[in-house]
Each structure stands twice: as structure tokens, then as C-alpha cells.
Ligand binder design. Structure first.
Ligand SMILES: [Zn+2]
Length: 345
């Protein structure tokens, strides 16, 4: 079956490595999301590199957020967007820093539905490109970090800065309702909510959002662990995937950057050398292997009902078990390729 990964981060100098992983794991093409600097000269250089791989990559660029507090930010961003699409960019990626990091001149967080972005969202719709937006995070990131927190194994280590618990950040509810505001205000623009729209731990909530806004889609990237927890959320996930099969995109969130390739372990697994055996392999070989295994785990999850003990995604400290959704072939096709192809049309 043709599989399109609708959410990955490939630094251009790792494009060849990413293609090796795609070939190994059975991925036809990958949407790669530029890392904050995907506009202007940098974007053009990257587009050129990715175009050498004949249809294997589609590139989503960014907005120059360093200009956010300049008076002509909206106009310049819109003009840049036009030039980027002209150059070959096929989507816009907005990171969670909108809402959780970017601030006004007076030091206040800029809300996701700030009116400075209105003409930008409209322009994306007019140009026919989707906006892949990561807003907020799982509810666990706002909760105490202890054994009841499903992300405990991640939030305690290298990624402690992802915890927003009692640090003065906007609440998850505020961020999600600001995101919903822009989806509502720009019905001709397609928005894709990354990571099940940051609501994999609350499918009832995201169901309401999908019901309300037909211009909203979600990708599954980086959320398989919670979706597949046997006996807890898995049953609800099967229901959700069947009902919203026209609005769900396959994605992995694979990362190919210098920092992580050097470790030999695909960054998105959050595993360390104590967790898996990569001895005897070079860093590059190990990174290809751990990335391909990671993708295969996703495909198993969608296509089969197999139980995966110790799946390659660290979350809680202990090991845990997920069970595949075992979706029908018709539904798999929509999630793996048809929905995203429809968006690109
Ligand atoms: Zn991502």
C-alpha cells in the first residue's frame, strides 16, 4: 500500500538517509517540515536539495517569526508566503512556540488567534496550501511529573523543559480554544492539527472540534503510545479512527538532525543506549535502523491488531503494551495516502 508520511523533520543534508529509511520501511513520500527558518533564501536552497529526490519529499515552510513585533509583519509575511509557494513550498508549518514562547514587546505571550496572523491564514487558503499547526501539548505536560503521568519517562530527562506545570504558561484549554478560533475564522483554509490536535488523550474533545470544523484534519504523529494502550484508550481509538477516517493523516514525526543522528537512536523514540542494542553499527547505520523500526511500529499499529510489547516509544519509566488498531484496508488507504493527496489537490 502507498504510504505517505505527512509529518517529519528532515534536515536537507540527511535527505539521502531519510530516503534509505523510507525504502526500508515502505514509505513512498515524506512531508518534511522546515525548522523555523523555512522562508526566503534558506527555503529556496532546501527546496532545491529536496527536489533532487524525485517526488520523495514535499516541503512545508515557516513564517519569519523574528519579525512578529514589526509593524509591517503581516504584509511582509503574506508576500513571503506567495514567493515561497511560487518556489515550490506546499504547506505551512506553525510550531508550538506560537502560544507558548513568542511574546509581545510588553512581554505578554502572543495568543494563537492574534489578529496579526489573520491575513496569513487567509492567504494560505487562497494559495491552496494547508497549515500544519502544533498548538499546546498533551494534558500530561501541565500535570505533576510522577508515576501517574504517562509522559513521566520523557519529562524528567532531557525534555524537562516541556513541562508547563506551574511555570506561568497559558493553560492547555486557552491554547486549544485559540487554535479553534482561527480554524473557525478561516473556513477556506485547511488546518491540520499535529499530534491528533494535541488531544490524543481526549478523543471526545477532538471529536467535537472535527465535528464543528470541516476544514480541520489531524495527524497521528508521536501519539501512538496513548492511542494504543490496551484496555484503556485503544478501544476508543478504533472507534475514532473508523468514524473520522476521512480526516486523519498518517505521520511519524521522524527527526533527522545532527544532534540526534550522532547518537544512533531515532530521536522520536526517546530511548537511550541502555534501552536498545545498537552495538556493532555505525551511528548512521544505527540511525537508519532505529528510524525504520520506529516507522514499522507505526504501520503495524495501523494495519494489524498485533500486540507490541515494549514499543519503540519511551513514555512512562516502565515498559508498557500497545495493541494495533487493525483497520480495514479501505480505511488504511485513506489514512496512508488518500486524505493527504486530497488536501494537496
Ligand atoms: Zn513534529
Amino acid at each position: 500500500m502507498k504510504i505517505i508520511d505527512a509529518h517529519a523533520h528532515v534536515f536537507p543534508h540527511y535527505a539521502e538517509m531519510a530516503v534509505k529509511v523510507m525504502d526500508k520501511a515502505g514509505i513512498d513520500s515524506t512531508v518534511t517540515l522546515e525548522w523555523h527558518d523555512g522562508f526566503g533564501k534558506v527555503l529556496k536552497e532546501h527546496l532545491k536539495i529536496f527536489s533532487n529526490f524525485k517526488g520523495r519529499f514535499k516541503v512545508f515552510g515557516n513564517i519569519d517569526m523574528s519579525m512578529i513585533n514589526e509593524p509591517n509583519f503581516p504584509r511582509q509575511a503574506v508576500e513571503e508566503l506567495e514567493r515561497s509557494v511560487e518556489a515550490g513550498m506546499v504547506g505551512l508549518k506553525i510550531y508550538k512556540n506560537l502560544g507558548l514562547e513568542l511574546k509581545d514587546r510588553d512581554g505578554k505571550f502572543i495568543p494563537i488567534d492574534d489578529e496579526r496572523f489573520d491575513t496569513i491564514w487567509d492567504k494560505a487558503g487562497e494559495l491552496g496550501i494547508p497549515v500544519l499547526i502544533h498548538s499546546a501539548d498533551p494534558s500530561f505536560f501541565w500535570q505533576p511529573i510522577n508515576e501517574e503521568n504517562f509522559w513521566e519517562g520523557v519529562l524528567q530527562g532531557e525534555y524537562a523543559h516541556w513541562s508547563y506545570y506551574r511555570k506561568g504558561f497559558p493553560s492547555r484549554e486557552e491554547l486549544l480554544s485559540e487554535r479553534n478560533n482561527i480554524i473557525r475564522r478561516h473556513p477556506k483554509t485547511i488546518f491540520i492539527g499535529a499530534h491528533i490536535g494535541s488531544s490524543a488523550d481526549n478523543l471526545d474533545y477532538i471529536t467535537q472540534v472535527l465535528e464543528r470544523y470541516p476544514n480541520f484534519y489531524v495527524d497521528i504523529s508521536a501519539r501512538i503510545p496513548i492511542l494504543g494502550l490496551q484496555g484503556l484508550s485503544r478501544k476508543r481509538s478504533v472507534e475514532f479512527f473508523n468514524k473520522y477516517c476521512d480526516r486523519i493523516l498518517f505521520g511519524t514525526d521522524l527527526i533527522y538532525d545532527d544532534e540526534h543522528v550522532a547518537t544512533g537512536i531515532q530521536s522520536q523514540t526517546f530511548l537511550s543506549e541502555e534501552d536498545i542494542d545498537i552495538s556493532g553499527l555505525t551511528n548512521i547505520e544505527a540511525y537508519i535502523k532505529t528510524s525504520a523500526d520506529f516507522v514499522k511500529s507505526h504501520i503495524n499499529f495501523i494495519s494489524t491488531s498485533k500486540i507490541q510489547t515494549n514499543p519503540p516509544f519511551k513514555r512512562i519509566k516502565d515498559s508498557y503494551v500497545i495493541k494495533g488498531l487493525g483497520l480495514s484496508e479501505e480505511i488504511q488507504k485513506k489514512i496512508y495516502n488518500r486524505n493527504i493527496e486530497q488536501i494537496f489537490k
